[in-house]
Design a protein around this ligand. Structure first.
Ligand code: NAP
Length: 305
């Protein structure tokens, strides 16, 4: 029996493991995709206090190695369900059952899709959700980045270093991302802003050849000839498998208190997967620590009974 089962191996989950292991609790982390989570796709982190600049990959590597060295068990398995037994929880994966005294849900979020025709079909054939992972395939080519948050702005900055031309397509004139990044991009000769525009259609059967854009509030359309479309329009939660055991809000995020306690005693939620105002690397790490401490306190209370 594990003390704490942690579902999700991103910043929140790995931080929770580090805190719990250091408190003498044995954890198991279950991650369905790749350890490190969203942050691995970030080219450069420059807003984590105390670290001036680091790549997302390097940051994630550090977290993983720290959790491993402290003795966390790390499994690559997809969780299908969490259920309650009399005095513990059971995490069901595709092939195994993990018995745990407490559980921390740190499932993060997944990429929001544009929702246009052939988007899924063209993933890997010009459509990408990760500039850091796929950008190198577009050296010397024309690409479009869709979105107006920090991810889109950073993607444009990264791609502009080796793409011929980068269009930044955003549905408004104002940006959600940091203004200083916007100003930096305005200085770049191979970056063009296409504002008040949304993607209407992807052109290309087997591979992306362009995008048709719609001017917001008009019938006007325009076409960009690009070889790649990088979609950076935010994220959506993936908590459906937990809806029977913890309460979710109307958008599918897990409802949890300030100490990360969910509606089910002994189950905590940390990071981007829970209802919160600010979703940042710092808040994911902070949540991981808070959930682990709350989890350890819960275990100590159980032991004292
Ligand atoms: P985000 O901040 O939620 O921005 C999503 C952008 O996509 C918004 O500009 C939004 O437009 C646009 N959008 C949403 N749905 C759309 C649709 N259907 N069609 C067209 N555009 C759409 O997401 P994010 O950029 O991925 O950032 C997520 C969080 O991570 C943020 O808190 C961000 O600051 C943080 N982050 C931090 C770093 C770092 O360096 N530490 C790097 C990347 C991200 P509107 O603005 O009109 O809503």
């Amino acid at each position: 029996m594990y003390d704490i089962g942690i579902i999700g191996g991103g910043t929140a989950g790995l931080t929770a493991a580090i805190y719990a292991q250091r408190a003498g609790k044995q954890t198991v982390i279950l991650e369905a995709m790749s350890y490190g989570g969203q942050i691995t796709a970030t080219h450069k982190i420059e807003n984590y206090p105390g670290i001036e600049s680091i790549s997302g990959g390097e940051f994630a590597e550090g977290l993983m190695s720290q959790a491993k060295k402290l003795g966390a068990d790390m499994k690559s398995e997809k969780v299908m369900k969490v259920r309650e037994e009399r005095d513990h929880k059971v995490i069901e994966t595709e092939g195994n059952l993990y018995e745990c005294k407490a559980v921390i849900l740190a499932t993060g979020v997944t990429h929001r899709r544009l929702g246009v025709q052939r988007e899924t079909q063209l993933i890997g054939a010009g459509v990408s959700y990760c500039a850091t992972c796929d950008g190198a395939f577009f050296r010397g080519r024309n690409v479009a980045v869709i979105g107006g948050g920090n991810t889109a702005l950073q993607d444009v900055s990264f791609l502009s270093n080796y793409c011929k031309k980068v269009y930044l397509v955003h549905r408004r004139k104002e940006f959600r991302g940091e203004q200083h990044l916007v100003e930096l991009l305005k200085e770049k000769e191979n970056v063009e802003f296409v504002l008040d525009a949304t993607v209407k259609e992807l052109i290309g059967e087997e591979y992306i050849e362009g995008v048709v854009l719609n001017r917001v509030g008009t019938d006007e359309t325009m076409e960009l000839q690009v070889d790649g479309v990088f979609v950076a329009i935010g994220h959506v939660p993936q908590n459906d498998v937990f809806e029977d055991i913890v309460k979710l809000d109307g958008s599918g995020f897990i409802l949890a208190a300030e100490d990360c306690q969910t509606s089910c005693p002994g189950i905590f939620a940390a990071g981007d997967c829970r209802t919160k105002e600010v979703r940042q690397l710092t808040t994911a790490a902070a949540d991981g620590a808070v959930a682990a401490i709350a989890g350890c306190n819960y275990l100590d209370r159980m032991d004292a009974r």
